[in-house]
Design a binder for this molecule. Structure first.
Ligand SMILES: Cc1ncc(COP(=O)(O)O)c(C=O)c1O
Ligand SMILES: N[C@@H](CCCC[NH3+])C(=O)O
Length: 427
C-alpha cells in the first residue's frame, strides 16, 4: 500500500496538515510529541453514518450503535458518543468504570468477553448492564449463581461462533471454529435450553462478532444467515429472542483499502434481516474501528536520520508502545510530514527508540524530511492509544481533541512520577 486514506477532519493545505482548523505542527509545538490528535468532526461524521441507517424508511428506530470502546476509551470520546446516543460494548470492569465516569449509563452497555471474572460480573450486575454476551456454559453458570446471590435476574445473549471466514488478518478473525470466541454453532441451541432453565437468567438476545478490519459485506451476511436460522429454531422451542447483536468488524481505509460505505453497510444488513421476515428484532451494531480509526493521528518527531548499509532509518520519538499495530499485525499506517520541507525524498524505515527489532511504525516509506520535522501517522484513532503500554518505562502519549478551532487536552502526557506510582522497594 502506498496511497493515503480518505479522511474527514484531517486535510492537507499547501503542504501543511490540519486537524479541522488547527495546524498539526502548531499542536506538536504546543503540546509536544508523541501525541494523539482526534477530530470531533470525524467522530460525529462516522456516528451519523451508522445512525442514518438505524432509522428505517418509515421513521422507526430498528437498530442502535454500541461503540466497542476497546478501540478508543478516552473519556472525552466516550462522552461525545454517549451524548450522540450510542450505547457501549465493553469487555472489562475497567471499561464499565470508564463509561460511568464519562456520563454513560450501564443500562446502555453490553458486556462481551470470554473471561469475565466474578468481580466483573458482580460489578456489572449491580450497575445494571443491559446484557451479558455469554461465551460458554461455565460462564452462564457463574452469572446465574452471582445473580442469584444478589436476588437479580441477569439479562443475557449467547455469543454464537458462526464459523465463517471473515477474510482478515488471522489475529483479528474471531468467528472461526478454531477461535476461542463464542459458542460453537452446533452447541448453541442446547446452551440456550440450559440457560432457559436457569432461575436467575433472562434470555434477551443473540450475539455474534466475526472479526475486525473486514472489507467485504459477504462474511457478515453469511454469519447473519446462520444466526437468523438459530433464532427461528429457538422460537419454535418457545425461546424468544428480542435482539440481535451483530458485533462490529467493518474495516476502514488505511490507504488503498475500499471498505463499504458505513450507511450502505448498515442498511444492507438491516434490509437482509427484514427480508428474512425478522421485522421486530431490535438490532445492535458494535463498531469500534469504523467509528474512530480515521478520526485520529499520532504525531511524532523525527529525532535522527540514520543511514544503514541496506536501509535508511528514520528514528522517531513514538514507538511500538505508543502504536502497537505495525509490530503486532504488520499493519500499514500512512505516514506524512505535517509540514513539507524542500529536501530530497529518501526511502526510510520509520522506527522507534524501543529496544526491539519489531519496533517499527512504517517500512519502505519515501519521505522528504530532516531531523526536527514532525510526522503524522494516519488512521491511528482505533487501537492506538488504547493498546499503548509503558514498555521501556516510556510515559504514555498525550491525547488532544480538536473541535473546529478549539484544542482540548483530553489526556495529559504521563509523567515519570505517575509511571512509578504504586511501586515500592523492599523495606
Ligand atoms: C465483541 C466485539 N465487538 C466489537 C468489536 C469491534 O470491532 P471493530 O473495531 O472491528 O469494529 C470487537 C473487536 O474486534 C469485539 O471483539
Ligand atoms: N486490536 C486490533 C483489532 C482487534 C479487535 C478486538 N477484538 C487492531 O488493532 O486491529
Amino acid at each position: 500500500m502506498s496511497s493515503l486514506p480518505q479522511l474527514i477532519g484531517f486535510t492537507e493545505q499547501h503542504g501543511q496538515w490540519f486537524a479541522e482548523n488547527v495546524s498539526l505542527q502548531a499542536i506538536a509545538n504546543e503540546f509536544g510529541t508523541p501525541c494523539y490528535v482526534y477530530s470531533k468532526k470525524a467522530l460525529t461524521h462516522a456516528f451519523s453514518a451508522y445512525d442514518k441507517a438505524c432509522y428505517r424508511k418509515d421513521g422507526t428506530r430498528r437498530a442502535r450503535v454500541h461503540f466497542a470502546m476497546k478501540a478508543n476509551s478516552n473519556l472525552a470520546i466516550l462522552n461525545i458518543f454517549s451524548k450522540l446516543g450510542t450505547g457501549f460494548d465493553l469487555v472489562s470492569g475497567g471499561e464499565l468504570t470508564r463509561v460511568l465516569a464519562a456520563g454513560g449509563k450501564a443500562s446502555d452497555c453490553v458486556f462481551s468477553g470470554v473471561g469475565k471474572s466474578r468481580a466483573e460480573i458482580t460489578l456489572a450486575l449491580k450497575a445494571g448492564v443491559k446484557c451479558f454476551n455469554v461465551e460458554s456454559i461455565p460462564e452462564l453458570e457463574r452469572i446465574n449463581e452471582i445473580a442469584g446471590s444478589l436476588q437479580l435476574k441477569a439479562p443475557i445473549s449467547l455469543r454464537v461462533n458462526p464459523d465463517v471466514d471473515a477474510k482478515t488478518h488471522p489475529y483479528i478473525s474471531t468467528g472461526l471454529k478454531d477461535n476461542k470466541f463464542g459458542i460453537s454453532f452446533g452447541d448453541v441451541i442446547h446452551t440456550y435450553q440450559v440457560a432457559h432453565q436457569m432461575p436467575n437468567i433472562q434470555i434477551l438476545g443473540i450475539d455474534c462478532h466475526i472479526g475486525s478490519q473486514i472489507l467485504d459485506i459477504s462474511p457478515f451476511l453469511d454469519a447473519l444467515d446462520r444466526v437468523l436460522s438459530l433464532i427461528s429454531e429457538l422460537e419454535s422451542l418457545g425461546i424468544t429472542i428480542h435482539h440481535l447483536d451483530i458485533g462490529g468488524g467493518l474495516g476502514i481505509d488505511y490507504g488503498g483499502d475500499t471498505p463499504p460505505d458505513i450507511t450502505y453497510f448498515a442498511n444492507t444488513l438491516l434490509d437482509h434481516i427484514e427480508s428474512k421476515g425478522f421485522q421486530q428484532l431490535e438490532v445492535i451494531f458494535e463498531p469500534g474501528r469504523s467509528l474512530v480509526g480515521n478520526a485520529g493521528v499520532l504525531l511524532t518527531l523525527v529525532e535522527y536520520l540514520k543511514p544503514g548499509e541496506t536501509k535508511n532509518f528514520c528514528i522517531v520519538d513514538a514507538a511500538m508502545n505508543d502504536l502497537m499495530r505495525p509490530s503486532m499485525y504488520e499493519a500499514y499506517h500512512a505516514i506524512v510530514p505535517v509540514q513539507s520541507t524542500h529536501v530530497e525524498p529518501t526511502l526510510y524505515d520509520v522506527v522507534g527508540p524501543v529496544c526491539e527489532t519489531g519496533d517499527w511504525l512504517g517500512r519502505d516509506r519515501t519521505l522528504a524530511i530532516q531531523p526536527g520535522d514532525v510526522l503524522a501517522i494516519l488512521s491511528a484513532g482505533a487501537y492506538g492509544f488504547s493498546m499503548s503500554s509503558n514498555y521501556n518505562t516510556r510515559p504514555r502519549a498525550a491525547e488532544i481533541l480538536v473541535d473546529g478551532s478549539l484544542v482540548h487536552v483530553v489526556r495529559e502526557r504521563e509523567t515519570f512520577e505517575q509511571l512509578l506510582q504504586g511501586e515500592k522497594t523492599l523495606s
